[in-house]
Design a protein around this ligand. Structure first.
Ligand code: NDP
Length: 480
């Protein structure tokens, strides 16, 4: 059976305690590889390797660091088919999605930050006859990057690339649920000749390896993407140690359809925003609000499309939805389907596990599920489900829908469908959300700041904001 290894100081090493965890293929419900169950000694070794590599790495010019990152980006591109297969197997998502979104985006993340550092300028302030000031941005040292299982390589590289580009060394921990593409990335970094210790990967459980990493006093910053509860815990550990912190957390995103929307586009995009990656994207629109004048028409067109989504083995060409990531997660999502019914919701479609045949019979498949007749403030409409379960709710006025949309503790993303330009801008301003899409979903320029409002997180990733997060700004005030 394939064995994943830690990547520490440029070497592929076993965990010091010699213990391994099972890694499941969710499409078959079977163990297909072993991953290190690392502990504090592995994290300490990784931090020591990073500290040793830091003086030389941070002393490189931007051009030299850029060349290293571009080499990694090119190798990701060359190995795109294999990486996509690995991600689909590890995560259960349709192969097509991994090929067209996840892996290209991981490649682009490295290319983006490799080139961003070539164009960054630090501010200079002229004080006239008194002198001048300038801002010197310096890397922090060793930083931690911790990512979740839903977009494993995409989110992992979105943190690692800017941290390395800014001149830091990194100790990273991928989710133990989907470790394979992170392991393949370590092989790529090795092949690309990234200097030893610049990037270190420690596999293992959040409360063990992850906890040792966030507790480590040498770590200067933590960039974390994951659940709000874990984020709150990390903040409570990091704040008294004065570590820099970027938290990208959960969401319960509204998808708002006004009666004047381009109807076909609103239906098609809402289906994608609801069920892409089996609804396991933090940005998925799980609360669909539709203006009353078109509610019935929208409902029937939406349901027709949803019923046409093929749930199937991720590797098969016509599968539009694959398997959920794990048995535990499937059970959690099924629990929310029970809750929605207990709260009086009307099940319009779905709600049941999908039984596959043959080798896929033990996989974790669930029908795309739609409810209506639930109040906007019930638990189903307030808590993050993170699966293929959405609700439909009618509304009359802009004021009413804004109240419902803004009612959750989260504020990650929102989508608005309208042809009325003034309304689009007005509603975008009023939504309590880090990102608002108008007439689209998931399309975003990598230069824009990305992050959540309210309990969806603090800090912004993306563009120069990410590079700045991974640096300390020093002001040099020079007087004549
Ligand atoms: P978790 O919060 O459970 O885990 C995220 C990562 O943190 C994993 O690598 C996990 O390890 C690790 N971890 C867990 N406990 C600790 C700890 N005490 N110290 C350090 N690290 C720890 O999230 P999920 O993996 O379940 O991911 C789903 C969540 O991520 C959803 O809430 C989703 O909304 C959110 N998300 C947010 C995004 C955003 O951009 N805002 C994007 C994508 C997802 P392990 O897996 O081993 O437990």
């Amino acid at each position: 059976m394939k064995k994943i290894l830690n990547f520490i100081g440029g070497e592929f090493v076993e965990p010091q305690n010699g213990t391994y965890l099972d890694n499941y293929d969710p499409s078959r419900g079977k163990v297909y590889s072993k991953i290190p169950r690392s502990g504090a000694p592995d994290v300490e070794a990784a931090v020591a390797a990073a500290q040793q590599a830091f003086p030389a790495w941070s002393a490189l010019s931007a051009q030299e660091r850029s060349r290293h990152l571009m080499a990694i980006s090119k190798l990701i591109d060359q190995k795109l088919p294999d990486l996509a297969k690995a991600e689909s197997l590890d995560n259960g998502k349709p192969l097509k999605l991994a090929q067209s979104v996840d892996i290209p985006r991981a490649r682009d993340n490295f290319a983006f930050f490799a080139t961003a550092i070539l164009h960054e300028e630090d501010p200079f302030h002229n004080m006239g006859s008194k002198g001048f000031n300038y801002t010197l941005r310096q890397p922090l040292g060793t930083v931690a990057c911790i990512s979740p299982w839903n977009l494993p390589l995409y989110l992992f590289t979105w943190k690692i690339a800017p941290a390395l580009a800014a001149g830091n060394c990194v100790v990273a921990k991928p989710s133990e649920v989907t470790p394979m593409t992170a392991f393949l990335l370590s092989l790529i970094c090795h092949e690309a000749g990234l200097p030893k210790g610049v990037l270190n990967l420690v596999h293992g459980l959040g409360p063990e390896a992850g906890e040792a990493l966030i507790q480590n006093n040498t770590i200067k910053a933590i960039s974390f993407t994951g659940g709000t509860k874990t984020g709150a815990h990390i903040a409570s550990v990091a704040a008294p140690k004065f570590k820099k912190l970027s938290l990208e957390l959960g969401g319960k995103n509204p998808n708002i359809v006004f009666a004047d929307a381009d109807f076909d586009r609103a239906v098609k995009t809402s289906v994608r925003a609801s069920f892409a990656n089996q609804g396991q994207i933090c940005l998925c629109g799980s609360r669909i609000f539709v203006q009353a004048a078109i509610y019935d028409k929208f409902k029937s067109a939406f349901l027709e499309r949803v019923k046409g989504l093929t749930v199937g083995p991720p590797q098969e060409e016509d599968s539009r939805m694959g398997a959920l990531v794990s048995k535990e997660h499937l059970e959690k999502v099924m629990g929310y389907i029970d809750l929605a019914q207990a709260e009086g919701g009307t099940l319009l479609t779905g709600g049941k596990q999908v039984q596959m045949q043959g080798e896929y019979a033990q996989g974790y498949y669930l029908e795309p599920t739609v409810f209506e007749n639930l109040s906007y403030n019930c638990r189903t409409n307030q808590e993050e489900i993170f699966g293929p379960v959405v609700t439909l709710t009618p509304f009359e006025t802009e004021e009413e829908v804004l109240k419902m949309a803004n009612s959750t503790e989260y504020g990650l993303a929102a989508t608005v469908f309208t042809q009325n330009l003034s309304r689009a801008h007005r509603v975008a301003q009023e939504l309590q959300s880090g990102i608002v899409w108008i007439n689209d979903w998931l399309v975003r320029d990598l230069r824009t700041p990305f992050g959540g409002a309210k309990n969806s997180g603090v800090g912004r990733e993306g563009g120069f904001e990410a590079l700045h997060f991974f640096t300390e700004a020093k002001n040099v005030c020079f007087n004549f």
